[in-house]
Design a protein around this ligand. Structure first.
Ligand code: PLP
Length: 485
């Protein structure tokens, strides 16, 4: 027997350092605006500053905490800064962070109902809770034929939807013998790249994804979808899946869900809706209209980890017919057999996702829903949309700038009058200033600056200050860069 030792952290130290860590995080939020929003490190800089090899002897935890400021923080881009307006947000909140901490503390692995019943049942219930406030159809409810599950990401959700569609179409044959290369899927040119990736992973092949043209508002053109489905059928292919987006990544365009849904119903195609960020807005009754037509959907996804104050990762995914999903993903080796599974009375969420293991994600969402209440969430979502309008008004009133896409919620796509080079320079300089972080896209082949308002702590003063910075930077650069198209 080896000499008896104990390297574990004692309960007493855990308590002490745990409190210190929470203090550290609370202080971080208080001083977050002192950091440049976008990290300024060069590639390799953080790695080079770390020890070359793992420590042989353990270190004092207090010292590890102290080292964070110098080693890690220079390489952090501050997604929780109220001046973060890039991409789509990945916002967070106190209750969500504490929920994640509790999940880590309990340390359970909820692959089966029996491996922690609370992990499964809380998740089922919280996803049922969201159906009414979001105006989602009753068929998604676990007490009907559907049900909801938390995925790590919208990318996983669309992959699961595609796998279920593939198997529903092939009568579970593709799972056994592989695909025949004839199943095709449809989305728009603006659909998130995760679907194209999923086509490859699911073995349908990226070439079998039809990226349908969009209209002048960057929403899928339903007439073109119809034409393409007919063409594919005439060529002997099998249309199986359509994805509509509520809030495309580039410009927050809304695909015509009901019209697409009708085609899917006629053609018996799996209809998935990706509401990654913008689905959250439907929690306000005045935005329920976003979900008009969702009754046609076979599956639907939105990410509380984008705009609903629930830190990454947390993606809600509902299906109308859970057996289609479970049939596609279930596999039951001997070592997982247990009475509850065999009774058929429980959900085993491992059958609703790609990996086997899963963590207790529902805790943070439950905490958020209980702490804010639907009312609190509605307030903050409305506030973000109001703040967006504030900026829209300023852009519209300024002859140097143009809005280049409809801005129905919290994303603005705009350009300075002139060429792409000037617009890119404006954005780069703003980002280098550390005062703000914006990203771009291309719409109609032109460089467009995106400004998203979704960070939990963004307030009116941040928006006004952002506009002052944007106009001042543009004015300075106008002198230096030619404006010609
Ligand atoms: C519309 C849309 N769908 C899907 C995704 C992928 O999200 P996730 O990181 O959850 O996979 C994004 C990411 O921004 C998105 O904007």
């Amino acid at each position: 027997m080896s000499e008896l030792k104990n390297y574990h952290m004692s309960a007493e130290d855990f308590r002490r350092y745990g409190k210190e860590m929470i203090d550290w995080i609370a202080d971080y939020y208080e001083r977050i605006e002192q950091y440049p929003v976008l990290s300024r490190v060069k590639p390799g800089e953080i790695k080079a500053a770390l020890a070359a090899a793992a420590p042989v002897a353990g270190e004092d935890f207090g010292e590890i905490i102290k080292g964070l400021e110098d080693t890690i923080m220079p390489g952090v881009t501050h997604w929780q800064s109220p001046r973060f307006h890039a991409y789509f947000p990945a916002n967070a909140s106190g209750p969500a962070i504490l929920g994640d901490l509790l999940s880590a503390g309990l340390g359970i692995q909820g692959m089966l109902w029996s491996t922690s019943p609370a992990c499964t049942e809380l998740e089922t219930q919280v996803l049922d809770w969201l159906i009414d406030p979001l105006g989602l159809p009753e068929k998604f409810r676990s007490t009907n034929r559907g049900g909801g599950v938390l995925q790590d990401s919208a990318s996983s959700a669309v992959l699961c939807a595609l796998l279920a569609a593939r198997e529903r179409d092939s009568g579970l044959q593709t799972n056994k013998t592989g695909g025949n290369g004839r199943q095709v899927a449809y989305c728009s040119t603006q659909t998130h790249s995760s679907l194209e990736k999923a086509m490859g992973i699911a073995g349908l092949g990226r070439d079998n994804l039809r990226q349908i043209e969009v209209d002048e508002n960057f929403a899928l053109d339903v007439g073109k979808l119809r034409e393409r489905i007919d063409l594919d059928k005439a060529a002997g292919l099998r249309p199986v899946f359509v994805c509509a987006t509520l809030g495309t990544t580039s410009s927050n365009a809304m695909d015509p869900v009901a019209a697409i849904g009708k085609i899917c119903a006629e053609e018996n195609l799996w209809f998935h809706i990706d509401g990654a960020m913008s689905g959250t807005a439907a929690i306000c009754p005045e935005y329920h209209y976003l979900h008009d037509g969702v009754e046609y959907a076979d599956s639907y996804c939105f990410n509380p980890h984008k705009w609903m104050f629930t830190n990454f990762d947390c993606s809600c995914f509902w299906v109308a017919d859970r057996s289609a999903l479970i049939n596609a993903l279930s596999i039951l080796p001997e070592y997982l057999l247990n009475e509850a599974t065999e009774s058929g009375a429980v959900f085993d969420y491992r059958d609703w996702q790609v990996p086997l293991g899963r963590r207790f994600r529902a805790l943070k969402l439950w905490f958020v829903l209980r702490y804010y209440g639907v009312e609190g969430l509605q307030y903050h979502i409305r506030r973000h949309i109001e703040l967006t309008k504030l900026l829209i008004d300023r852009i519209e009133a300024d002859e140097n700038f143009d809005l280049v896409a409809p801005a129905p919620l919290n994303l603005i796509c705009f350009r300075h009058r002139g060429n792409d080079d000037l617009n890119k320079k404006i954005m780069d300089e703003l980002n280098e200033s550390g005062e703000i972080f914006l990203t771009h896209t291309k719409l109609n082949d032109r460089f467009v600056i995106r400004f998203c308002v979704g960070q939990s702590r963004t307030e009116e003063e941040h928006i006004k200050q952002a506009w002052r910075l944007i106009t001042a930077t543009a004015a300075r650069l106008r002198g230096e860069v030619t404006l010609d198209e």
